[in-house]
Design a protein around this ligand. Structure first.
Ligand code: FAD
Length: 457
């Protein structure tokens, strides 16, 4: 098989785009020109490592899940395995009804997976709610295979409203900056949907069946000792691509057998690795149904305010605080970075995450001083920290997190079917098959395989 590719372009320089550039280089060899066009002034997208008080700190994504193989293998390929670190055993708490509660043990995304996790709801929910949850196994359960419910609809019926607000929503807010009413079971937790489709007798049994922890599998999360910048640098080096910054693509058109953009010379392959909301404009002339589906994906805006206190003595002995729905606070989560990550210990670092899907105006519309003030006020309530930080920094993420709503898989199918009709085009990113960094890497691999397959002759 010979592949006639002279030039490949990647639009979007986030983790999906940089991974795509690297995979293109691996597949096409050293002779092919590869150009990465990034709209902003730096690559990385939602991965951003800043220097604060002379040390690195991630102000976008801060970790990845080890259960999926993609980051671990990519780090291995790039010689970065020794850079990976895992969290301490210190646990987070849930903030509900004005006080801190331990997380129910053995739950997945807050959904009880065993009798022990139902018992662990004690104190977090009212005795009546606890009794209702405990009766889940006794109540008849019907699940229509293929049903596409929101997580709130499913869990409310089986465990009750309080479990939704106090156990599920705090975790969903942490991942999607949304709540369980706008997150679809099928889109966000496909393993759970599969267990339900295959006839689990109760929701507890379905969760247990979908997520049996493997003995000796180690910590759930990991990250890079010096932040995600380590991965970004290594990927950019290995890709050997020309990186064009402040290059925002607005046009994608056909030029004979090749593709033309307004940010690079004509290419045989174009990987579109931009956020879902930016994809629609580029696709509308070629795949209108795919463009319409991409345009339907809604996004949440959020902001991360990071503080450095210089030492850890002010931090409570928690790894973080997840805030239940309905609390009168702007913060949805606090990560006590220096407690959670031993390699960050001693710096008194923490991150306050503000903003939820549907906020009007979005949190990103407010000036830095307001966001720092609000974050400090909520920090006082949640952790008792009332001393001046040594440093504070604000990172806004406008439309930063796609919402995996019911119907999401139908939209993604429409996007991918549209792309199938466009030879040499691939799509990758966190709005397709998972918002996490491992899923973004997997989407880049798939996009490159598809696009190269199209042009291989
Ligand atoms: C605050 C926050 C915390 C998170 N925490 C975690 C975490 O701990 N673990 C985890 O696994 N995931 C986390 N995520 C999710 C994860 O970081 C993202 O889903 C992932 O980084 C998205 O990567 P991407 O390459 O798909 O998109 P992006 O990172 O959005 O990259 C797309 C790039 O395309 C560029 N672009 C846009 N339009 C154009 C255009 N027209 N032309 C050229 N370039 C364009 C953008 O500037 C951007 O750089 C978090 C996300 C956020 C916002």
């Amino acid at each position: 098989m010979s592949i006639r590719v002279r030039h490949a372009v990647v639009i979007g320089g986030g983790i999906a785009g940089l991974t795509a550039a690297y995979r293109l280089r691996q597949a096409l060899g050293p002779e092919v020109d590869i150009t990465v066009c990034e709209a902003s002034a730096s690559v990385g997208g939602k991965l951003r490592t800043l220097t604060m008080d002379s040390g690195p700190v991630d102000v976008g994504a801060e970790a990845f899940i080890r259960r999926r193989p993609e980051v671990l293998s990519l780090a291995g390929e790039l010689g970065l395995s020794a850079e990976l670190v895992t969290p301490s055993s210190v646990r987070p708490v849930i903030w509900a009804d004005g006080s801190a509660h331990t997380l129910p043990p053995g739950a997945f995304m807050g959904i009880p997976a065993s009798e022990a996790s139902i018992k662990g709801l004690k104190g977090l929910v009212s005795p009546a709610a606890e009794r209702y949850a405990a009766g889940e196994a006794e109540r008849p359960f019907t699940w229509e295979p293929g049903a596409d419910l929101s997580l709130a609809e499913l869990v409310r019926e089986r465990f009750g409203e309080e479990v939704v607000r106090k156990s599920i929503d705090p975790l969903i807010a942490g991942v999607y900056a949304g709540d369980s009413s706008t997150v679809g079971v099928r889109a966000a937790i496909p393993e759970l949907a599969r267990a339900l489709d295959s006839g689990a007798a109760t929701l507890t049994a379905a969760v247990r069946g979908a997520f049996t922890p493997t003995a000796g599998s180690g910590p759930v999360f990991a990250t890079f000792r010096n932040g995600y910048q380590t991965l970004l640098n290594a990927l950019a080096r290995a890709a050997g691509a020309e990186v064009r910054l402040s290059a925002s693509a607005r046009v994608l058109s056909r030029a004979g057998q090749r593709w033309r953009t307004d940010v690079a010379s004509d290419a045989d392959i174009v990987i579109l690795a931009l956020p879902g909301h930016a994809l629609a404009g580029l696709l509308s002339g070629h795949a209108p149904a795919a463009a319409a589906a991409a345009g339907e994906i809604r996004h949440a805006s959020s902001a991360v305010v990071t503080f450095s206190f210089g030492d850890d003595s002010v931090l409570p002995e928690w790894s973080g605080v997840l805030v239940a729905a309905g609390e009168k606070l702007d913060a949805k989560a606090v990560t006590l970075t220096s407690r959670k990550w031993p390699h960050q210990g001693g710096r008194g670092l923490l991150r306050v995450s503000l903003g939820r899907f549907g906020d009007d105006p979005p949190v990103t519309a407010f000036p830095d001083e307001s966001l720092v003030r609000v974050a400090r006020a909520d920090l006082r309530v949640l952790t008792g920290i009332d001393v001046d930080p040594r440093a504070a920094t604000v990172q806004r993420w406008p439309d930063g997190l796609p919402q995996y709503e019911p119907g999401h898989q139908r939209r993604v199918k429409a996007i991918e079917e549209g792309i199938l009709q466009l030879p040499g085009i691939g799509v990758a990113g966190g709005y397709l098959h998972g918002v996490g960094v491992p899923a973004c890497i997997a989407s880049a691999d798939a996009a490159v395989t598809k696009a190269i397959g199209d042009v291989a002759g």
